[in-house]
Each structure stands twice: as structure tokens, then as C-alpha cells.
Ligand binder design. Structure first.
Ligand code: FES
Length: 522
């Protein structure tokens, strides 16, 4: 079996029983903010696209690239489709021309002409755009687990199928926090440092659980070629940067005694049939990664090649014909009326300021208490977002139902908030359709009932076994210090004395100190 890196989360897997292409992303995503790094636009995508199977893990635009799929990937390929609660991924793949689909039951292996395939679909409202997934393959000789962005609560479903030879996992950030927050530089620095540390630790826990012979850090980081986002690139020796390079993570792993890490660049070929899995690179990685100077020079070259595409796109973003307040009120008010759980979780106002120096700002309030959209009139709010008027006009003109998968991941906004992170805010903005909103509301209701069940004891505290955030097994991912529980999956914290979540609004945990009598069973 051979694995060819194609940039970001994209790989070509050549097995004894067919070829599989994953997440072939090339074109800039999220308002032209993200590009695959290193550049993969010069690969021969027509040749690469002649595959037996295509796997698109989820609908985030750095995984689902409609233009590349439409133009270059063979429509004879059979799509390996995750079992998601909505048909959006299948619909969008059909729209670009695919007609052949296999959708295995989530978590159950199937065999396709000798190739064993299992897809695990994660389906909480916070998993990607209502769904993220991992792909497991076995061709009779080697097993590959491509987890990319997905965050399963454990890997048992995969490890029990036999030893994993190649494990592909995300290690770098894919979020806007903390960079876009209007905070003092020192506070941002501290938040970035701990975010990066958490990403690295979480990935290490996964790597140790997978126990694979070889590990390939993939699915990031993107690079940012627009001058106004340039500072997000990891070229400033900044330990608080949440988009570190593959080489940085590989060094970090090596320092912790792990020598199974392998670097995959676009065009690198890893050969699993050879004992130590040699990787042949298309060029010397040092030409990019040797120093900040070499990386800067590389990115400047890429910027000259690829930014003209974004500059041309920018001219199409403004839609002066859109009446922002009236159209948002018409679109969002019915959704607000149905969003009982989400509205209760936000319990306040979210202000959006669409700025334009020439045409004037538009200032809007989404009131989750009165469940209405109106002009902002000085009310106290929980969250405030500022962005350009043209961006909001584009979202409205295109009826974009997922603002996380467009505006927020673009990092082309700034944010302020009062109090802790509120997950419900972002769930709402990714569920701007009746179908998604109803799914999310139903999921929250079910989750609350299911969480009550199992308990376990850790450091003198009895608590529920599943994390109130995304159900990680706390007997494995939890640690307690000074009465505060931290779940290492995403770093959320709870005060065990009263169960209060210290990271986000809502999400309390059931917890109590273990008493003498409880220990002795009396
Ligand atoms: S699952 Fe996200 S913090 Fe526990």
C-alpha cells in the first residue's frame, strides 16, 4: 500500500484492491482566506482524479472543494459516503456530478471487492457542519485510519479491528480563537499558548491510543496569503500561533519519544510495504521549513501565484441591492422562534456590525430572548461581531446557511464577548436552515437525557462518565486539579463542587465528592 500526500487532508491511497482519494482541496476557502500549505495547485489533478473511490469527510470547504471535484475528479469514482443525519453532503456531491454512492452504516466495516472499509460518522451539532467523519481501510495487508479533523471520543472501534499501520490525524488549529478577539495582546498570547498546547496534547493522546506503526500529521495548517491575514502564518517564531507546521509537530513528537511520525508534503509518497515506511518527497522539505526566511520566501512566491484569484473574487462580494436588516429579519425570525434550546443557552443578544466606510455601517441585534432581529439600539449584548458589510451581503445574497463554514472560519471579523464562550451562538450560526436547526434542537434534548446515566470516580469525585460537551469518556480524558475537572478532548473545565462549567455557558456536569460511606458502600 502507498500513501501519496496531496496537501492538507487530501491523500491518495493505492491499495491492493483499489485506489481511494480523500478530501481533494485546492481552491482558496472561506472568503479566500485559507489556502492548502504547501501549495498543491500544481499537482496533476486530472491524473490524480482517476480513482476508484472518493471520500469527502465533511462539508467544510477545506475538505469539500466543489470546483476541484467538478473539474478534475472522475465521476466514475464511487463515493464512500458517511452516514450523516442530513443529505447535504450527498446532495452537493451529486450537484458536482457524482452518481455512484456507497453508504456503510456508521462504525460497521463492509467489503468492496476485497477492500474493507469502515466510516465512523460523528453527528453532533458541533461536529463540523453537522457531521465529521473518519475513514478506516484494510486491503488484506495494511490498515489505514484517516481521522483528519474528526474527534471521536475514543478509537476503540478502529483499534479492535487490528493493528493500525498508518494513522493520519489533525494536530494544527482550525478555528478563529483567539486571534479575532478584541483583547489585549498579552491575554491573546496566553490564550493562544494554551490552545496550541491543548491541540498538541490531544493529538498525542490519540496517537498513543491508536498505537499505529506510522503517524502522519495532516489536515493543517492552512496558510493565509491575503496581506490582512498574513500574521496568522506560523513564520514569526510565535509559540502562541495556533497554526503550527507539520515539522514543528513532528519535532515535538520526537522530543516525547515518538519516532513513528512521517512528513507528507503534496506529492510525497509513503511506502507501507517497506519496513520503515520510507517517504519520498518531491523536493527537499528544507527549502520551505529550514527557517522563517525560507518559509517567508516560499509563502511570498505562493502569494504572487495564487492571490490574483482571490482579488478577482473580492470584486463579487458586495451586493448593494441587499437590505441587510429586512432580509435577515425575514430569514432568521422563524428560526429564532423554533430555537428553544439554543435561545435558552444564549439567553441574551448578539450584535452584528456590518462596516463600510463609504456606504455606512449597518448595526443589527439578534435578540435570543425576544426571538427577533432588529436594529441595534444600545442594548447590552453577550457577543459582538464586526465584519465588512460586503461579507454580510454576500452571505445573505447566497443564502449561506452555515456562517461557521464561511464567515467565521475566514477570520475576516473581530469579536467581543461578555462571560465565557457560548457554544450555542456558533451552533445557531451554522444552523440557518429549518432542517439543520431542527436537528440541533432534537440532539440537545436527547443528549441531556442520555448524559444522566453512567458515573465513575476520579480523585475523590464521583461524576458522570461522559463529558457534557461532546461525550468524551472522562475516565480517560479527564483530570482533576484543585477540585476542577479538565477534559483533555477540547480543554473544557468544570468546578466539581457544584458542577458548573467554567468554559461555556450551560453544560453542567453531575458531580459529588465521594464520602466515606459511599466508598465503603454504606
Ligand atoms: S468532549 Fe469536548 S471538552 Fe470534553
Amino acid at each position: 500500500m502507498r500513501i501519496t500526500g496531496l496537501g492538507h487532508a487530501s491523500v491518495l491511497i493505492e491499495s491492493a484492491h483499489g485506489t481511494v482519494l480523500t478530501d481533494p482541496w485546492v481552491n482558496p476557502a472561506y472568503f479566500g482566506s485559507w489556502f492548502p500549505f504547501p501549495d498543491n495547485s500544481q499537482l496533476d489533478w486530472d491524473r490524480i482524479g482517476q480513482v476508484d473511490y472518493l471520500f469527502v469527510s465533511h462539508l467544510h470547504r477545506d475538505h469539500f472543494d466543489a470546483e476541484n471535484l467538478r473539474k478534475h475528479i472522475s465521476k466514475k469514482a464511487t463515493v464512500l459516503l458517511p452516514e450523516y443525519p442530513t443529505t447535504e453532503l450527498e446532495d452537493q456531491l451529486r450537484e458536482v456530478g457524482f452518481t455512484s454512492f456507497v453508504q456503510p452504516v456508521s462504525g460497521e466495516p463492509i467489503e468492496l471487492d476485497g477492500l474493507h472499509v469502515m466510516i465512523q460518522a460523528l453527528t453532533s451539532p458541533t461536529d463540523g457542519p453537522i457531521g465529521d467523519s473518519s475513514l478506516w481501510l484494510y486491503d488484506g495487508a495494511h490498515r489505514v485510519l484517516n481521522q483528519n479533523d474528526a474527534r471521536p471520543s475514543d478509537l476503540e472501534a478502529f483499534t479492535e479491528l487490528g493493528p493500525i499501520d498508518a494513522y493520519l490525524v489533525q494536530f494544527s488549529g482550525a478555528i478563529w480563537f483567539p486571534m479575532v478577539y478584541e483583547l489585549p495582546e498579552r491575554a491573546k498570547q496566553a490564550l493562544g499558548l494554551s490552545k496550541r498546547e491543548r491541540q498538541f496534547d490531544r493529538t498525542l493522546r490519540y496517537i498513543e491510543e491508536a498505537g499505529a506503526r506510522f503517524v502522519f500529521p495532516t489536515a493543517g495548517p492552512p496558510c493565509f496569503l491575503d496581506e490582512e491575514l498574513w500574521g496568522f502564518n506560523d513564520i514569526h517564531g510565535d509559540e502562541a500561533n495556533i497554526f503550527p507546521d507539520q515539522t514543528v509537530y513532528l519535532d515535538w513528537l520526537t522530543a516525547r519519544g515518538h519516532d513513528e511520525g512521517r512528513l507528507l508534503l503534496p506529492g510525497s509518497v509513503a511506502d507501507l510495504d517497506v519496513a520503515d515506511c520510507p517517504v519520498r518527497h518531491p523536493y527537499d522539505p528544507a527549502t520551505i521549513f529550514a527557517s522563517d526566511e525560507t518559509k517567508t520566501a516560499y509563502l511570498r512566491g505562493m502569494q504572487a501565484r495564487r492571490m490574483p484569484q482571490v482579488e478577482a473574487m473580492k470584486a463579487t462580494w458586495a451586493h448593494p441591492e441587499v437590505d441587510i436588516l429586512a432580509e435577515l429579519a425575514e430569514w432568521l425570525t422563524p428560526l429564532l422562534e423554533e430555537a428553544d434550546h439554543i435561545a435558552a443557552g444564549i439567553d441574551g443578544g448578539v450584535r452584528f456590525t456590518a462596516e463600510d466606510a463609504e456606504r455606512g455601517d449597518v448595526d443589527i441585534l439578534l435578540d435570543f430572548v425576544a426571538r427577533e432581529v432588529r436594529a441595534y439600539a444600545g442594548e447590552k449584548v453577550r457577543y459582538r461581531f464586526r465584519t465588512r458589510r460586503a461579507y454580510l451581503e454576500k452571505l445573505i445574497a447566497e443564502h449561506e446557511i452555515d456562517w461557521v463554514n464561511s464567515l467565521f472560519l475566514s477570520c475576516r471579523f473581530s469579536a467581543q464577548r461578555v462571560g465565557p464562550y457560548n457554544e450555542f451562538v456558533y451552533v445557531f450560526f451554522k444552523c440557518l436552515s429549518e432542517e439543520r436547526l431542527n436537528y440541533a434542537e432534537g440532539w440537545f434534548v436527547e443528549q441531556n437525557a442520555a448524559e444522566a446515566a453512567e458515573s465513575f470516580v476520579l480523585d475523590g469525585w464521583e461524576m458522570q462518565k461522559r463529558c457534557p460537551h461532546l461525550k468524551a469518556d472522562l475516565s480517560r480524558f479527564g483530570s482533576v486539579e484543585d477540585g476542577v475537572l479538565t477534559c483533555q478532548m477540547h480543554g473544557w473545565k468544570w468546578r466539581l463542587a457544584d458542577g458548573k462549567c467554567l468554559t461555556s455557558v450551560g453544560h453542567p456536569i453531575r458531580s459529588a465528592p465521594v464520602t466515606e460511606s459511599a466508598v465503603s458502600g454504606g
